[in-house]
Design a binder for this molecule. Sequence first.
Ligand SMILES: [Zn+2]
Length: 67
Amino acid sequence: MSRPKTTMAGPVHLTAPAGEPNPSAGCGECLGIAVTRTNARSVGDYSKVSDANVALRTHLREEHGAE
Ligand SMILES: [Zn+2]
């Protein structure tokens, strides 16, 4: 039996291309790191973007139990 597939818009991720960690909703520390990353990208400071990704991944792993 097949049900008609409804197309719903998924969540919109404004900042992170594939491969970058996403901040956890409602966590101020995640948000702070994500803002730093967005700001760094907006000024073309990609080494700082990379640093922010490392910091966010570490934080996600240590504080949120992510991979
Ligand atoms: Zn967090």
